[in-house]
Write a protein that binds this ligand. Structure first.
Ligand SMILES: Cc1cc2nc3c(=O)[nH]c(=O)nc-3n(C[C@H](O)[C@H](O)[C@H](O)COP(=O)(O)O)c2cc1C
Length: 342
């Protein structure tokens, strides 16, 4: 079905198509056209004391404000991540800011972390029916200097604690100038120490543990990946998402290739897998890793598990393969009993 309407959708502006798709999903949901996906009890997977009905999740950025959680859940995701959310709302970069590269099954985006802010999201999340695993991806406002970044992340944690199954700490969007510098040793050690400290405090207050997962860039050399793995062990970070979009252009020839922004989709997968493999060389499965980057097919899921990923997230795959991709990958991933390291 999706492949029939895709040529039509691909004639429209990409950001408009995204909004149209989400609104259509809500329309179908409101009319009662979307049934619950089936889950068999014996396929429940556990990480961080959370129960995942399958290993395939929605990546951040698709539903930035938590406006479509109930609807997206019906597509069969094992978990959903919303955000990135910042303390103050942000309009993001001027349009156009999202570009398709159909021959590469890729997109470039420079959205600029447009979102309605944590207060808006808290209101929306108080109204949803979804009771599955909900990740909330939090960030800092564009104008907040890196030295004060922890202040912004802490606000996100405090405000959204009642609604989160886990928090993702976004230090890797390429579209917030200087954000990726938070991956540098000194800044990162301080940031993660601050956030872990707060995590323990709120946990005691609220009697509820929320894991902290750090999302990293694919554009790191091997020494930097080793350093990050050591820091994550040292600071007892609960999980890692590898990776965000890339500023690398992978020698691709395409009329859109020179657009500024982060590249996602098929060409990203190799680089993301390399990051996971390198992290696992140090971590040896001591911290769960969520694979994000170029998951478009059953083969790419298998490739992620082969380098030691525990869970999977999809974004660009939905654009090229349609929403049916999720149930296909979920049913395949249910057969994965054990992680296999390459
Ligand atoms: C249009 C768009 C917006 C995104 N927004 C965010 C975001 O707000 N926060 C974030 O952490 N990642 C964001 N991402 C990155 C995705 O979550 C994902 O990590 C990346 O696209 C790689 O996965 P993919 O190849 O399956 O798309 C965005 C990606 C796209 C394409």
């Amino acid at each position: 079905m999706y492949h029939l309407i895709k040529p039509l959708l691909f004639r429209l502006d990409p950001e408009f198509t995204h909004t149209l798709a989400l609104r259509s999903l809500k329309f179908a949901y409101d009319l009662g056209f979307m049934s619950f996906p089936t889950t068999s009890e014996n396929s429940i997977i556990n990480y961080w004391n959370l129960s995942f009905p399958n290993r395939i999740g929605l990546a951040a950025g698709f539903d930035k404000n938590g406006d479509y959680v109930d609807q997206l859940a019906r597509l069969g995701f094992g978990f959903i991540e919303i955000g990135t959310l910042t303390p103050k709302p942000q309009v993001g970069n001027p349009k156009p800011r999202l570009f398709r590269l159909p021959n590469q099954k890729a997109v470039i985006n420079r959205m600029g972390v447009n979102n309605k802010g944590i207060d808006y999201a808290a209101k929306r999340l108080a109204e949803i029916n979804y009771r599955g695993v909900l990740g909330i991806n939090i960030g800092k406002n564009r104008e907040t200097p890196n030295e004060h970044a922890s202040h912004d992340y802490l606000q996100g944690m405090r405000k959204l604690w009642p609604f989160a199954s886990y928090f993702t700490i976004n230090i890797s969007s390429p579209n917030t100038p200087g954000l990726r510098d938070l991956q540098n040793e000194d800044l990162l050690l301080k940031l993660l120490a601050d956030l872990k400290h707060e995590q323990h405090l709120i946990q005691k207050e609220q009697n509820k543990f929320i894991p902290l997962i750090v999302k990293i860039a694919p554009d790191l050399n091997d020494a930097a990946i080793d350093m990050l793995a050591d820091i994550f062990l040292h600071t007892e970070i609960d999980g890692i998402i590898a990776t965000n979009t890339s500023v690398n252009r992978f020698n691709i020839h395409d009329k859109q290739i020179n657009e500024t922004g982060g590249l996602s989709g098929e060409p990203l997968q190799r680089q993301s897998l390399h990051v996971i493999k390198k992290l696992q060389a140090t971590l040896n499965q001591r911290i769960p890793i969520i694979s994000s980057g170029g998951i478009m097919s059953e083969q790419s899921v298998q490739d992620s598990f082969a380098v030691g990923a525990d869970l999977i997230q999809v974004y660009t795959g939905m654009i090229y393969e349609g929403p049916g991709l999720i149930k296909r990958l979920a049913s395949q991933s249910r057969h994965v009993q054990k992680r296999v390291l390459a």
